[in-house]
Design a protein around this ligand. Structure first.
Ligand SMILES: [Zn+2]
Length: 434
């Protein structure tokens, strides 16, 4: 038997000859398959951001998963390995789009614009992937345009049917698209809002879009814009439910690989800055590529998004933001100040867990959604109360967790100034306002 260093002990031999551990767990790029082991940002271990806890769950174990985001050095897709199965996240989803009146209004305007732009009539067919509770398709139904929603969460799909929005309960991909083709149901307009980022099998999904689209059809997809995430330091919009983070450069490459051409792009303010891309079959020459596409591509190149360095520099920026926020909170607590939170959004949970802010800093938070009242934030176990709690306890500071709604919230809470209370905005970096 060969020996290593003459030790002659098979166990020692195994230890000595074992390969050194890899720098981090390996990941193949979800799109191009290259080794995507460069870290974009590591936010540590975090619970699923929508897993609010009831009081009787506080003494139980709670699952935490890594929130370590990678970037592919070939196609620059920023991506989270699939730590949690989509079935676990999406089949009984608590998020009903229609709870947000501004989001329903956004959908209504979109439906109106697209109906005119594409001349949609009662002979057209509109399909929405991840159609939620019918918040968007209902506007096409009202205009007499045939629709179909595709939604994996059974409870949410049921709510859509109650609104007379025909809805099929499944995950979308090539299989589901072929079912549509067999039923003669290809789409003139194929919509997906805030779904592209949440798809684990990205290639199967985009290939399915190609299959489900009529030869002259148009696809529109909305998703948070990676360039805005990086420039605005919006690391708290990273959650386990978001598997991919897209620049225009990368999404164009992905669609191109599946025979789809982007011919227009809008920058829209939702979720701290999103893109709405417009795609068609590569073979369809009837829609020329608008100036918006090369213009945004050029801006992304100027921001360095076509090279690895801009991505790997992001983590240090995030760490600095954490230190500044903690410096402020520690100083406030040294001075005997009380701090409450406002809001219990998913992004707040990423921020609080990453920064290690628990009820040692925040006495509580409040939210307008009655489903969250008297529950506790996942991981940090900060209690959630109705908004009146702020008036009752008169905190010195209110930390605004949904910073994207800061103006609206500061307006609603203007009464905290009666006792000299002030607002803390954590992102893009800690800012204290009167
Ligand atoms: Zn890649």
């Amino acid at each position: 038997m060969p020996t290593v260093n003459g030790l002659g002990d098979p166990l020692m031999e195994a230890v000595v000859t074992a390969a050194p551990p890899a720098a981090g767990p390996g990941m193949s790029c979800r799109f191009c398959g290259a080794a995507a082991n460069h870290v974009f940002v590591d936010l540590g271990m975090s619970p699923l951001c929508e897993s609010y806890l009831a009081a009787d769950q506080l003494n139980q174990m709670e699952p935490f998963y890594p929130l370590r985001v990678h970037v592919c050095p070939q196609c620059f897709l920023v991506q989270l390995p699939q730590y949690v199965s989509p079935v676990e996240i999406f089949t009984e989803y608590a998020y009903f789009s229609s709870f947000s009146s501004s989001w329903v209004e956004h959908a209504r305007l979109y439906a109106e614009v697209m109906r005119k732009r594409l001349d949609l009539t009662e002979k057209s067919f509109v399909v929405e992937v991840a159609s939620n509770d019918g918040y968007l398709l209902q506007h096409f139904v009202e205009a007499g345009i045939p629709v179909l929603g595709i939604e994996p969460a059974a409870n949410v799909a049921e709510a859509a049917r109650a609104k007379r929005v025909p809805t099929r309960c499944c995950f979308f991909g090539v299989d589901a698209a072929q079912d549509l083709v067999r039923g003669g149901e290809q789409a003139d307009l194929l919509v997906g809002n805030n779904v592209l980022a949440q798809v684990p099998n990205l290639n199967d999904f985009v290939a399915g879009l190609k299959v489900a689209l009529k030869p002259s059809g148009v696809i529109t997809m909305e998703f948070p814009h990676l360039m805005q995430l990086m420039e605005g330091n919006q690391f708290d919009t990273i959650y386990h439910e978001h598997f991919s983070y897209f620049s225009l450069l990368t999404v164009e490459r992905i669609f191109g690989a599946h025979g789809l051409t982007l011919f227009d792009v809008d920058e829209i303010p939702t979720h701290g800055g999103s893109l709405r891309i417009y795609a068609r079959h590569a073979e369809d020459g009837s829609r020329p590529i608008e100036r918006s596409v090369p213009e945004l591509r050029a801006r992304e190149e100027r921001a360095g998004l076509d090279g690895l360095q801009a991505y790997t520099a992001f983590e240090e920026q995030v760490r600095k933001t954490k230190r500044k926020l903690l410096d402020f909170l520690i100083e406030a607590k040294h001075n005997g100040k009380s701090i409450a939170g406002y809001g219990a959004p998913g992004k707040g949970n990423t921020l609080l867990n990453y920064c290690g802010i628990r009820s040692d800093f925040l006495d509580y938070t409040v939210d307008r959604n009655p489903y969250k009242h008297y529950k506790f934030l996942p991981g940090t176990h900060i209690p959630i109360f109705p908004p009146d709690r702020i008036r009752e306890t008169r905190p010195d500071y209110v930390l605004i967790l949904p910073w994207n709604l800061r103006n609206e919230i500061v307006g609603q809470l203007s009464y905290v100034r009666e006792w000299g209370g002030r607002f803390i905005i954590p992102i893009p970096e800690v800012e204290v306002g009167a």
